[in-house]
Design a protein around this ligand. Structure first.
Ligand code: IPM
Ligand code: MN
Length: 357
């Protein structure tokens, strides 16, 4: 949008988050400079270190501030000295829930020049998008425990599926599919569930999929149980165009997807509220053992920056970053996508991509 100045909240977070974000911002500066996209960065130090220092994870006042931003750019959360699950729940999931970022958009794309563990598969074959529901399912934390620490212990964890939540997610998937430049002749949304066993919640998904699907006459409707989906993602990834699924299944299959596209070093994701403030992040975690070594692969974070520009409507800027990533990866300079084995440092990767813009 002409003349618009975007306010972008930057949360580098823990571990390798800050070094990845540093390179992401380097590329963003270069790309926004070229297309004259004005933006202002608002820095936040939320994460494990701050929690250990102040005992505060993410106050509600920060959420209120986030609501006034145009987007959030997140590095990674997770700190070895903080009990597992705490920062995930009180920081990452809190932002997703409180900002109602109900879509988790995760492209599974094999860039040219990147090695995939899938034998005989090329960038032609691995190019689809997973739309993961991001605010419901088993992530709501509803449930309870009875007779804890006894042999009679009962633990219940509920899966929440609401009409509203499922409908808006499935609708987003069809709309996304309609707009997407697909390599397939016939566009297709595949719903992934476990409706053969989860007969209440996933029956709701099935009915809504059919109902919403009727509005999208030109899009083929596919269906796969999640177990079979894992198999097809390995054997025939070229079958997929857009996958829509619930929160937990989406979490699981996108790690599988990430390894088929060369690993967590390249996989980016967006937590999207189409009517509000969205947050963009690499799928990988904070990888504490690599912290400060300048060996981590920043491409996932850089690609998340491209996605941020795309969702903000700055398509040309997003495309320039994507093209620069592809060009750099095709240059033959990379030895691997894995931390410490790239044949280049984190900052050299950022420089290479920033200069290719
Ligand atoms: C992801 C992560 C998170 C999730 C964790 C850190 C809570 O695995 O973004 O995929 O499960 O959503
Ligand atoms: Mn995950």
């Amino acid at each position: 949008m002409a003349n618009k100045k975007y306010r972008i909240g930057v949360l580098p977070g823990d571990g390798v988050g800050p070094e990845c974000i540093r390179e992401g911002l380097k590329v963003l500066e270069s790309a926004c400079g070229k297309t004259n996209v004005k933006h202002e960065l608002v820095n936040y130090d939320f994460g494990g270190d701050r929690y250990l220092r102040t005992n505060e994870i993410l106050p509600d006042s920060a959420i209120e501030e986030f609501k006034k931003l145009d987007a959030i750019y997140l590095g990674a959360v997770g700190h070895p000295e903080v009990q597992p699950g705490l920062l995930e729940k009180e920081l990452l999931l809190k932002i997703r829930f409180k900002l109602d970022q109900y879509i988790n958009l995760r492209p599974v794309v094999l860039y040219p020049g990147v090695w995939s563990p899938l034998k005989d598969k090329t960038p032609e074959d691995i190019d689809f998008v997973v739309i993961r529901e991001n605010t419901e399912g088993l992530y709501c934390g509803i449930g309870g425990v009875f007779k804890k620490n006894t042999k009679d212990e009962i633990a219940v964890q509920e899966e929440v599926n609401t009409y509203k939540g499922v409908e808006r997610c499935i609708r987003y998937a069809f709309e996304y599919c309609e707009k997407r430049k697909s390599r397939k002749k016939e566009k297709e949304v595949t719903m992934v569930d476990k409706s053969n066993v989860l007969t209440y919640g996933h029956d709701l998904w099935m009915r809504i999929f059919e109902e919403v699907g009727k509005e999208f006459k030109d899009i083929k409707k596919g269906h796969a149980y999640v177990d079979a989906c894992c198999m097809w993602m390995v054997k025939n990834p070229e079958w997929f165009d857009v996958i829509v699924t619930n929160n937990l299944f989406g979490d699981i299959i996108t790690d599988l997807g990430a390894i088929t596209q060369g690993g967590l070093g390249v996989a980016a994701g967006g937590n999207i509220n189409p009517e509000g403030v969205s947050m963009f992040e690499p799928i990988h975690g904070s990888a504490p053992k690599y912290t400060g070594k300048n060996v981590i692969n920043p491409i996932a974070t850089i690609a998340a920056g491209a996605m941020m520009m795309d969702i903000l409507g700055e398509t040309a800027t997003a495309e320039n970053i994507e093209k620069a990533i592809r060009k750099s990866l095709s240059s033959g300079k990379f030895k691997s996508m894995d931390a410490g084995k790239m044949g280049m440092s984190t900052s050299e990767v950022g420089d290479l991509i920033a200069k290719s813009i």
